[in-house]
Write a protein that binds this ligand. Structure first.
Ligand code: FDP
Length: 336
């Protein structure tokens, strides 16, 4: 028998200094997030067998068709967390309003924002999916309403991460002390530390973007992508294009191997597509902790002042060199 593996729970308990507040509570919360990941992974594995593919017929707050699996994943988050005693407010891509859990008050000092199933166009085609989460602390003294309490800058997150459902299920998180990745061992149902203290390369050779939107982008973004594709071996070009349609999976590749993911604003839609509070902010915190950058093109994502729960934001994330280069193209366009 080999050495006892470093499980997620053991990792959190053995590194109390690296975790916000009482390590017991934080580890309990991460264990619940891990459980949610296992339950969603189990549903995804069997989705094609138990008639839970396809759409529900409803439209969500974003105006997008709701997939059955979106709804199931959202219910999984809510059902697990409402009985946890650890979280007092939940905000989700699939819920127009935040869900206040008075039964968890006063003991539940955390709040969770999440995209329960990221990359939902991948559900019916057996491609990667993710769940993205952002953890905040509820500040009773601030005396705010539930919704206002959730609408906070990215710098105020106490932890963030994602569960990625790919060829294996991985949970990657940061609580402000490095980024750590755990792979679910399906034999024993435990997350085991597989990627400790992930550091992103300063520079990569991959870009991820939905290039079908090229004609809708502003000229700065077009020039940036043209530059990455230039036939210029001396400058390390062209970059390879890799886009799965699942933000968590695309950012995961870039977190490990470097490069840049972007979902820019468009000419008639400068705010872009992705959501600030439960997509951009958590991934920005992770990438920032791993030595990378995340930007709107002109402002660091973590410094964007949020105004509403489902706010969208143009998004550029990855290795420092590529994000700085992207910002340079955006600046040049602004100068005219
Ligand atoms: P989806 O709407 O399919 O859930 O969350 C938004 C997101 O997926 C990201 O995961 C993904 O990167 C992007 O949108 C895909 O959008 P496009 O289909 O426009 O490329």
């Amino acid at each position: 028998m080999g050495p006892f593996p470093m499980t997620l729970t053991r990792f959190i308990i053995e590194r109390p200094a690296a975790h916000p507040g009482a390590p017991g509570e934080f580890s309990a919360l991460m264990a619940q997030v891990g459980l949610i990941g296992k339950m969603i992974a189990a549903d995804l594995r069997r989705a094609g067998l138990i008639n839970i593919l396809g759409t529900t017929g409803a439209t969500n707050v974003q105006g997008e068709a709701v997939k059955k699996l979106d709804e199931i994943a959202n219910e999984t988050f809510v059902n697990v967390l409402q009985h946890s005693g650890l979280v007092c407010v939940l905000g989700s891509e699939e819920m127009e309003k935040p869900l206040h859990l008075p039964q968890n008050w006063p003991q539940g000092k955390y709040m969770l924002l999440f995209d329960p199933l990221d990359g939902s166009s991948n559900t019916d085609v057996n491609m990667p999916l993710g769940s993205i989460f952002s953890i905040l602390r509820y500040d009773e003294k601030a005396g705010q309403g539930v919704e206002a309490a959730l609408i906070r800058r990215g710098t105020e997150q106490v932890a963030a991460g994602y569960v990625m459902y790919g060829s294996s299920t991985m949970l990657v998180y940061t609580s402000g002390q490095g980024v750590h990745g755990f792979t679910l061992d399906p034999e024993v149902g435990e997350y085991v530390l597989s990627h400790e203290d992930i550091r992103m390369p300063m520079h990569g050779n991959v870009y991820a973007v939905n290039e079908g939107n090229y004609g809708k982008w502003t000229s700065g973004i077009q020039r940036f992508v043209d530059d990455l594709k230039a036939q210029d071996k001396a400058k390390g070009r062209p970059y390879a294009s890799r886009y799965s349609g699942c933000l968590a999976a695309d950012v995961h590749r870039i977190l490990l191997g470097g490069g840049v993911y972007l979902y820019p604003g468009e000419k008639g839609k400068p705010e872009g597509k992705l959501r600030l509070l439960y997509e951009a902010n958590p991934l920005a915190l992770l990438v920032h902790q791993a030595g990378g950058l995340a930007s709107t093109g002109s402002t660091p994502i973590l410094e964007v002042e949020p105004t509403s729960l489902h706010q969208r934001v143009p998004f550029m994330i990855g290795s420092r060199d590529e994000v700085l280069l992207g910002e340079q193209f955006v600046r040049e366009e602004a100068r005219g």
